[in-house]
Design a protein around this ligand. Sequence first.
Ligand code: HEM
Length: 514
Amino acid sequence: MSAHAQRSGCYRTPQVHDRKSAGGSGARCRASEHSARLRGPRRPGEPPLDLGSIPWLGHALEFGRDAASFLARMKEKHGDIFTVLLGGRYVTVLLDPHSYDTVTWEPSTRLDFQAYAVILMERIFSVQLPHYNPSDEKAKMKVTLQHRDLQALTDAMYTNLRTVLLGEPAEATGDWCKAGLLEFCYGALLRAGYLTLYGVEASPGTPESQAQDRTHSADVFHTFRQLDLLLPKLARGSLSAGDKDHVSSVRGRLWKLLSPARLAARALRSSWLESYLRHLEEMGVSPEMQARALVLQLWATQGNMGPAAFWLLLFLLKNPEALAAVRGELEHTPRQTEQPTSQMSTFPQKALDNTPVLDSVLSESLRLTAAPFITREVVVDMALPLADGREFSLRRGDRLLLFPFLSPQKDPEIYTDPEVFKYNRFLNPDGSEKKDFYKGGKRLKNYCMPWGAGHNQCLGKSYAIYSIKQFVFLVLTHFDLELVSADEEIPEFDLSRPRCRPEWTNGRAYGAVC
Ligand code: HEM
């Protein structure tokens, strides 16, 4: 699969200011001096600096167009650590997966995860929270997403996936129904995820209340999707006047749909929602601002699962051998739970934990398509030791960026034919999970990082994995699924589309880290 667009061949040669070439010459030098003056002279031990040819902007345009190709080109030129100028910000890029742990386990007093998040919260979702304390918020979320309440969330998700997927009239008639695969996957997971976290019409559910759940969650999804499609432009500040009007009307509608007053009447609200609302109340956040924060959270919690499930299903539909292997594995799952498929009202974690083929397929499709920018704000001047013994100086106020999509995920030294989908790549011959991957002759700890790593690894990882598995299970056991144009190439992977939580990921979604 070609995962990202080919670069056009018309780049201007960028400027490199390393210790040897810092003098430069002629016209190329003027732009660099301009930027260098803003920053002050280079200091000993800093990574190679590449300012690009446009004053202040540096490489921002190329980065915004196709971050993966740009970073691959820079890696070729400078190796696995370098600093680039992106729209007035100096961003040090580290692409050595053996050294990622040094960054992801660094305390936030040195490398901060949250600072830029607050700016994005305001820029994209118009959320301003007084006395906002990210650590406090995270501690509260952790309990409700990971430990105590994970089983309850997983059970509720299964029920809601069934409501959304199996209750639609088209499904009941048994007719073929033509739909876009992305909208189908995104819609089903977001609607069920919304009902799971934000509550349902009634408990116990009746056919009428479930029909209402379907109508209401479809309204939330379609409204949300209009905003979602404009988010890249919104984050970059490049909305047209017409787009701006559209964004404000869609956002206004979502704020109404998710207002605390409307949510108050909902049944089976998750402990995540109860805890988050309490947290907002304790901070003295007004009901209007609470609604905005709830819209932000809808995107943050639901923005990735649908696209991840889309890629997984697409790879399965394109690879009959993989599809047969997954089907074979899932056929045995109900027997493990001693329930016939059609009557399974829950999908126990024990059964969900015992699907190595599906796990491998999920890891492989995330390896090929999950492209988070893992960014941290450099809070103090500091030394960054790399795994190979080298040490580099980082400057306070700069930004640090890891891009695991390039390495380890697409690194040919780690994965043979890294562009190719191999459903059993993460399986050993005996069927157990394969975990040993090597680079430079050394075993890698971080060989695939769709969920981040270290202190800020995804808190929703288990919930997301269980939800995606349940979705795949329901789709494969209750639907006949065919691609309308089976010969069509797999679409290019669009790195400018939202991937992950904007407030936690410093705009990784938007091809911008500044
Ligand atoms: C396929 C789905 C998902 C993917 C690929 C994904 C990916 C990520 C990544 C890469 C990070 C780390 C960011 C960094 O270190 O810079 C992250 C953080 C986070 N994710 Fe997810 N995520 C997914 C689904 C979810 C869901 C469903 C939830 C919640 C219901 C969630 C909640 C979080 C939270 C709270 C954090 C921040 C952790 C912290 O503050 O340290 N994620 N996610």
